[in-house]
Design a protein around this ligand. Structure first.
Ligand SMILES: O=P(O)(O)OC[C@H]1O[C@H](OP(=O)(O)OP(=O)(O)O)[C@H](O)[C@@H]1O
Ligand SMILES: O=c1cc[nH]c(=O)[nH]1
Ligand SMILES: [Mg+2]
Length: 218
């Protein structure tokens, strides 16, 4: 699907389908090194797809035999992510945008019985975002609250001229919330799933991305 600035990798046949399948599969995703690497590989694919929409300029390169013209990015994006689960997806993006500056947010969902889901944001370390192309990567876009809260916090450090949100898996409810709150954002997804369950987990989803990557939280 490619409409209204929403791009979903698994809607067309590619290796992205393999990586998302392994992230979900209970017979595979318990191997935390493989889980992290699959998030990283998806981050690489998402970065590559986003790179096709960025501005380029023609430059002349000298080779040992001659010279040639080539297209190079006019500027590097800023890469941002949300701890913990965002780290492997972010690393994949950094592998490709290897000169990018970075912004880190520490935010997590507080999941308590019978109360509305809260987002705790305790840490924000940002480079200047004024007039930058910002890519905010977080694997799970469930209610969308973590993404929107983190983005709003980041705006204290400047208003980007272009915003991209990248996630491995999204729920329709969270996607709608993000679109409503940040309509200017371009959204890049590995997959768009069916719904959220009563605990705001994505179904079919993959479970808890942070726990699968780094172990259960106490
Ligand atoms: O769209 P939302 O409903 O806000 O949920 C998405 C958030 O949930 C996960 O983080 P989590 O809070 O589990 O923290 P963790 O990375 O430390 O596991 C994920 O990495 C997102 O940041
Ligand atoms: O399904 C979900 C929702 C939020 N965070 C996760 O890690 N998984
Ligand atoms: Mg988690």
């Amino acid at each position: 699907m490619e409409n209204n600035n929403i791009h979903i990798l698994t809607n067309t046949p590619s290796l992205a389908n393999h990586y998302v399948a392994e992230l979900r599969n209970v017979q595979v995703h318990g191997d935390s090194m493989r889980f992290r690497r699959n998030l990283e590989r998806l981050g690489e694919l998402l970065a590559y797809e986003i790179s096709k929409t960025l501005p380029y300029k023609e430059e002349t390169i000298i080779t040992p035999l001659s010279q040639t013209n080539t297209l190079l990015l006019t500027e590097q994006p800023v890469l941002a992510t949300i701890l913990r689960a965002g780290l492997p997806l972010y690393q994949g993006m950094l592998n490709y945008f290897d000169k990018a500056y970075s912004t880190f947010v520490g935010a997590y969902r507080v999941e308590e019985e019978n109360t509305q889901l809260q987002i705790n944001m305790e840490y924000l370390a940002s480079t200047n975002l004024h007039d930058k192309i910002l890519i905010l990567a977080d694997p799970m876009l469930a209610t969308g609250r973590s993404l929107v809260r983190s983005y709003e916090g980041m705006l204290r450090h400047g208003k980007p001229k272009q915003v991209h949100f990248a996630a491995a898996i999204a729920a329709p409810e969270g996607l709608a919330y993000v679109r409503e709150q940040v309509p200017e954002a371009h959204v890049w997804l590995g997959a768009l799933d069916d719904h959220l369950n009563e605990k705001s987990y994505i179904v079919p989803g993959l479970g808890d991305a942070g726990d699968l990557a780094f172990g259960p939280k106490v």
